[in-house]
Structures are given as structure tokens and as C-alpha cells.
Design a protein around this ligand. Structure first.
Ligand SMILES: Nc1ncnc2c1ncn2[C@@H]1O[C@H](COP(=O)(O)OP(=O)(O)OP(=O)(O)O)[C@@H](O)[C@H]1O
Ligand SMILES: [Mg+2]
Length: 317
């Protein structure tokens, strides 16, 4: 049976997408046929308020209407020149990351308790406010606190030490205390407007997975958990790309009994997070205020290790 090739140009041309659904999609940042074509049906059905079958049909039609375009290496290089960087506060860690934490990507830090994951999140949240070229992106921050560990007092001290006005830094931090995955997912699904209107340059999720782990318990729930996590991360990557911003996520660890030699500590979340994070850092507690940071995975940087300090002023060498 030959299918007719879709020639949809506007969202409303897609089967099952009426004006109301199209509005919802646009508000969530799905404003082109290409973006629909690249979306997951579970996300689309949730965002547009249509059932899964209708979402699948709409995506299928969007894919048919999309002409796959190739981009030359040269034009990608040109586009990469617009990439910005946020300083971590440590020269050594910046150097290991190729100059700082890059926009358009997801940085993940995993490690045991008190290894410094949240502290790095606080430091990046302050530094995002610094001027471009001075370690920052002159932007605001969206901070999702899923563990109740956000401390404005800490932001104050780090901001002061960085020569910034703590009041202004806190004013330009949008903190959402999430206590359910629903809240966490919806905050990100609806972040487009907030990002555009407030020049948000950094999104922190501390931690990405804790709520997913406590809500989806047991083997039976694993599939659903991973599917939700997958579309959540997909949306995060989309925000990083669309708005040229940095995503910083923290992750928990577990002891992997399958590893007999070496460090058995592995990040939770499985392949979904492993593949989504552009760069992964493994943080370990060392003596006193020292922390060992290992660069585990990065598309263009060599693996490496460095030592940072957590001081009252923030992250330092
Ligand atoms: N004001 C401060 N001055 C100096 N060091 C501090 C200060 N506040 C926190 N720290 C250090 O940071 C550590 C906590 O690190 P952090 O909260 O980033 O851990 P984490 O990796 O997020 O752990 P968890 O998995 O429990 O969330 C403390 O143990 C302490 O050593
Ligand atoms: Mg923490």
C-alpha cells in the first residue's frame, strides 16, 4: 500500500494537530516541522495533549515532510565559534574541560555524598553572571533543586568572593524546589519562555535522577522510568542547542558488584544518561577540602584528572 507523501509546512498541516495543540507545541518550543520530526511520541503526546497514536501519526508525517539537510564541517566549525564557556572557579579544572564548561552541551558530575557536586553547581550558578570573556556568560540561571539542598547563603558568599553583587545574583536565579518527577519534567517542558525572557544561560538540575529513583521502584517500573528520563533529557539537550546555554546535572552513584578490579563506583541512570551527557566528571573526596575530579567522557578532550578545593569562597585550585 503506497502512502501519500506528506507535504506539511505548518504544524497545523500535520494530521491530528489542531490549532489548540499547535499553540501548546509552539509555546513549548516545538515550533517547526523539523523539531516535531525529531521528537519522541511520548513527549509530543504530553505536550500537545493528544493521544499516543495521534502523536505517532503526526511525527511520521513530520518526518516525511522533512528534507534531511547536510551541514558541512566548515559550517559546524563556524557555528561552534558561538559556543560560550562558564568558568568552574578552578584554573586546572577549566583547562581539563578545554577552557570551561561549554554551552550547547550537558555536563554531568557524579560521585558520592559530599564530593562537591552541589558546590560546583553553586559556583557555576554564580559564575554564569560574570561578563562574557571573564569566566561567565552575563546570564541568569534556572536551578532545579530536587533534594532540598540549595543554599542561598552559599550563593551569597561565593558571589561576594567573585566580586559580584550577591543580591543581584540571587535575583537572577530562578530556583524551583521540585518534589515530584512531574514537577521536574514540567518545569523543563515549560522553560522556553522563562529562558527567552530572562536570558538564562545555565540550567542546573541537582540531582537529575533522585526523584525518578524514588518514584519508580522495582524492575517493573524501570521501562517507564527510563522512557520518561529519556524524553526529559531530550528536552534538556534541545534547550541547550536552541538557546546556546549550559546544562549542569548531578548524578548519584552505586557500587557495581560486577566490577572486580578498580573502583566499583558507577553512576546510576544507565545508558540513557551516559549517552546524553556531553561531558562526565567523576568527583571523589580527598583529604580535607580537596576533591579529585576525573574527566571520564568527552567528545574532544583527553581523559584526565585534577585536584580542586572547596573553600568558603567557592571552588578553587
Ligand atoms: N561554606 C563552605 N566552606 C567550605 N566548604 C564547604 C562549605 N559548604 C560546604 N562545603 C564543603 O562541601 C561539602 C559538601 O559538598 P556538596 O554538597 O557539593 O556534596 P554533594 O556531592 O552534592 O553531595 P550529595 O550527594 O550529598 O548531594 C561539605 O562536606 C564541605 O566539605
Ligand atoms: Mg548535593
Amino acid at each position: 500500500m503506497a502512502k501519500e507523501k506528506s507535504t506539511a509546512k505548518e504544524l497545523e498541516d500535520l494530521p491530528g494537530i489542531g490549532p489548540a495543540s499547535a499553540e501548546k507545541l509552539k509555546a513549548a518550543g516545538y515550533d517547526t516541522i523539523d523539531k516535531i520530526a525529531a521528537s519522541a511520541y511520548s513527549v509530543l503526546s504530553e505536550v500537545a495533549g493528544i493521544n499516543a497514536e495521534a502523536a505517532k501519526k503526526a511525527i511520521e508525517a513530520a518526518r516525511q515532510a522533512t528534507t534531511i539537510s547536510f551541514e558541512s564541517g566548515e559550517s559546524i566549525l563556524e557555528r561552534r565559534k558561538s559556543i560560550g564557556k562558564i568558568s568552574t572557579g578552578s584554573k586546572e579544572l577549566n583547562a581539563m574541560l578545554g577552557g570551561g564548561v561549554e554551552t550547547n552541551g550537558i555536563l554531568e558530575a557524579y560521585g558520592k555524598f559530599a564530593s562537591g557536586k552541589s558546590q560546583l553547581g553553586f559556583q557555576l550558578s554564580v559564575n554564569a553572571h560574570l561578563p562574557v570573556g571573564k569566566g561567565g556568560l552575563a546570564g541568569a540561571v534556572l536551578f532545579l533543586d530536587t533534594e532540598g539542598t540549595f543554599r542561598p547563603e552559599r550563593i551569597e558568599s561565593i558571589a561576594k568572593a567573585s566580586g559580584l553583587d550577591p543580591k543581584k545574583v540571587l535575583e537572577e536565579m530562578f530556583v524551583v524546589r521540585c518534589s515530584t518527577t512531574e514537577q521536574q519534567i514540567l518545569t523543563i517542558e515549560r522553560a522556553d519562555k522563562l529562558i527567552r525572557e530572562n536570558n538564562i544561560k545555565l540550567i542546573v538540575i541537582d540531582s537529575l535522577i533522585s526523584l525518578f529513583r524514588s518514584e519508580f521502584i522495582g524492575r517493573g517500573a524501570l521501562g517507564e522510568r527510563q522512557q520518561k528520563l529519556n524524553s526529559h533529557i531530550h528536552k534538556l539537550q534541545q534547550l541547550a542547542d536552541n538557546y546556546n546555554l549550559v546544562i549542569y546535572i548531578t548524578n548519584q552513584v552505586m557500587d557495581n558488584p560486577g566490577i572486580l578490579f578498580g573502583d566499583p563506583t558507577t553512576p546510576v541512570g544507565g545508558n540513557i544518561i551516559a549517552h546524553a551527557a556531553t561531558t562526565r566528571l567523576y568527583m571523589r573526596k580527598s583529604k580535607e577540602d580537596k576533591r579529585i575530579v576525573r574527566l571520564v567522557d568527552s567528545p574532544g578532550l583527553p581523559e584526565g584528572e585534577c585536584v580542586i578545593k572547596i573553600t568558603p569562597d567557592g571552588i578553587r585550585d
